[in-house]
Write a protein that binds this ligand. Sequence first.
Ligand SMILES: CC(C)(COP(=O)(O)OP(=O)(O)OC[C@H]1O[C@@H](n2cnc3c(N)ncnc32)[C@H](O)[C@@H]1OP(=O)(O)O)[C@@H](O)C(=O)NCCC(=O)NCCS
Length: 436
Amino acid sequence: MIIEDRIEANVMIWQERMNRLIKEHGDYVISNVTVAQICSGIRGVPIQISDISYVDPGSGLRYRSYTINEVLNLLPRIEGSIYPMTGAIYYLLMGNEIPTYAKAMNVEEEWKARAKVPQYVYNVIDAFPETASPMSMFSAAILSMSSQSKFYQAYANGMSKDQYWHVMLDDSLDLTARAPRIAAYIYNKKYRNNQQIQADENLDLAANFAHMLGNDDPAYAELMRLFMLLHMDHENANVSAHTAHLVGSALSDIYLSCSAGLNGLSGPLHGLANQECCNWLLSLYNEYKGVPTEKQIREYVEKTLSEGRVIPGYGHAVLRCIDPRFTAQMNFAKKNLPDDDLFRTAMNVFAVVPDILKATGKVSNPWPNVDAITGTLQQHYGIKETEFYTVLFGTSRIMGFTAHVVWARALGKPIERPKALTTRHLEAMISESSYK
Ligand SMILES: CC(C)(COP(=O)(O)OP(=O)(O)OC[C@H]1O[C@@H](n2cnc3c(N)ncnc32)[C@H](O)[C@@H]1OP(=O)(O)O)[C@@H](O)C(=O)NCCC(=O)NCCS
């Protein structure tokens, strides 16, 4: 397995770097934690090393130090395609180098060989009531595969520690190969009267996913390649990635870890925001029965804010700039669907909202994030059911989860166990200190 060889060649180097840091600089203090940070979501407290991807507040996401633009330009693509293969991005995250075409194709071939979903997974999905959310179905389907985890079995048979990451990678490739089929099954079951679409083995993973969702327009395959690239990872300290990493630190297998991460992604302040954003845009469009004017948008935004709600798709906990993932999707839309009404609505909102948010004086980042436009593109290509958008997101994001978990095992990272304090402890610490 080429991706395994690449990690193998690098593991020692990264282990030595980490061990040197701990041995020579273990006492170096990185930051102090304030009471406010403890009481409000440990905001901004460094808790992880995240070499796989990093969110730079001023320039946005980096995969293995490459900007989104660099990734879009440098990664190999299949003939006739503008956007890189999903296998290329996965290789970059796992292997820490820009792959050749052959290496990226090798990942795609691994996925094809591993994509068969066991029947019991479909049975689990079928057992859900019609009203179940697609994210609950997706998470449960992934959880159900834990029973056949190779890691779980090898651990029970006394596998040695240096083998952990190899088996975790093996499971990760199985999971990431199957996830698009599971997601498409849920989509077709819930929204297309259970008319399932056979996978097309000739297609790359993203194009095949687009095909199984019922759209064979080559432009939709391109959008899916871009979508998979932009959503795969976003640092290791956000709710979902950190959850997957945390659960993995207990040596839980990759299915348990990724299902847990997906449950975090389901929250409205995290992955669910893409559906909320699209719903908000649609209701704005419907309110004015067409593409709204600047004046109408101002009116609608003020109404949303006066109801104590946020403008979905704007703001970010870390970013302080226009999200480059927004820009990449905007550029796709300008080229492929410039006259689409919802896209024009999204562009008019972009022209108006940042200034309104700036004027509130409290919003740290008035700029659009990835979710400000993702749903607009899906609507154009016929995926209208907004509650499904977080499953699309999750299908890509679990690839990032698996990269973090595999590398955590490769580096021998221990179980995570921060410390909690009582309110009384805090009060006592404050009154006994010289602080004031
Ligand atoms: C992403 C988000 C949760 C970040 O939260 P955060 O780090 O606490 O953001 P800020 O520091 O800017 O928050 C400061 C204030 O601005 C408000 N604010 C932030 N983004 C806002 C937005 N898009 N619309 C209106 N108000 C917003 C916050 O609600 C907060 O108000 P409060 O002090 O009255 O509680 C927040 O910007 C938000 O809710 N955005 C909309 C949802 C969204 O797009 N989520 C997807 C993120 S990828």
